[in-house]
Design a protein. Structure first.
Length: 254
């Protein structure tokens, strides 16, 4: 399992973490700005752009529903976990994080869309559960020690969230939560670092030769060749001062 650096410099990690911070601050700012407009229009946006099960006209609202909420309490309860889990999911790479977000959005949204009933579902809680499960499993899939420790801490600290992903919780879209959690695990598997997985399968040794790596065999330099014939007297190495002297004596017949 890789160490904390994982082959990346501290500057690169800090750069990606800074970008992740900006992305999550921007995302939180957007959903709160949308909430202000939504509240000012008596939550008309939520009524028109939420997910209605098995309604083809609302299938595209899978993408819009995470930005909408039905009350100030609703958005307040989602914002904190969304920021924490989103940042931890994004701090190693914002580009991968965007792919993770798409996978979770569609996994959670489709789970709700295929459900029974006429409910209208909105909210970023599907993303919250998706990022939560992604943070827990990505360290295992990528073999990053630091991420494994982060995942363990998050799992222990926020284990209570799993109760809202079970059926029977009133006024909660448990299918959206469950779909988000499944999407997070799926994203962790699909977007795992292939190089780390290949090294793990190979026993954690050096790079395979097919990938431009070097074998463990050391090639020693050939000894320098002398221009004369070998002397039968003594065992000196060719090219040494003693061998040259013996060669001259041999040529003189001594």
């Amino acid at each position: 399992m890789d160490g904390p650096g994982d082959g990346r410099s501290a500057e690169e990690v800090l750069y990606e973490a800074r970008k992740a911070l900006y992305v999550m601050v921007g995302f939180i700012a957007v959903i709160w700005a949308v909430q202000v407009v939504n509240w000012a229009t008596d939550y008309r946006l939520s009524n028109h752009f939420g997910i209605v099960p098995r309604n083809v006209g609302h299938l595209g609202d899978i993408v819009s529903s995470p930005f909408l909420h039905y009350s100030w309490q609703h958005i307040e309860s989602n914002s904190g976990p969304l920021f924490v889990f989103g940042f931890l999911a994004a701090y190693r790479g914002v580009r991968k994080f965007l792919m993770v977000t798409l996978i979770i959005t569609f996994s959670s949204g489709l789970m709700v869309w295929f459900a029974q009933g006429n409910s209208n579902t909105v909210g970023a809680s599907g993303l919250v559960y998706g990022y939560f499960s992604y943070v827990i499993v990505k360290g295992l899939f990528d073999r990053h020690l630091v991420d494994v420790l982060i995942g363990c801490v998050m799992a222990l600290s926020y284990a209570y969230l799993l109760t809202a992903a079970l059926p029977g919780v009133p006024h909660v879209s448990w299918l959206g939560h469950l779909g988000g959690a499944i999407g997070g695990v799926l994203a962790g598997w699909l977007l795992r670092e292939r190089g780390a997985a290949a090294l793990a399968a190979g026993g954690g040794g050096g790079q395979p030769l097919g990938d431009g790596g070097l074998s463990d065999t050391k090639i020693l330099p050939e000894p320098a060749k002398t221009g004369g014939r070998k002397s039968a007297k003594g065992g000196s190495l060719p090219g040494s001062p003693r061998s040259d002297l013996l060669k001259e004596l041999d040529d003189l017949g001594l």
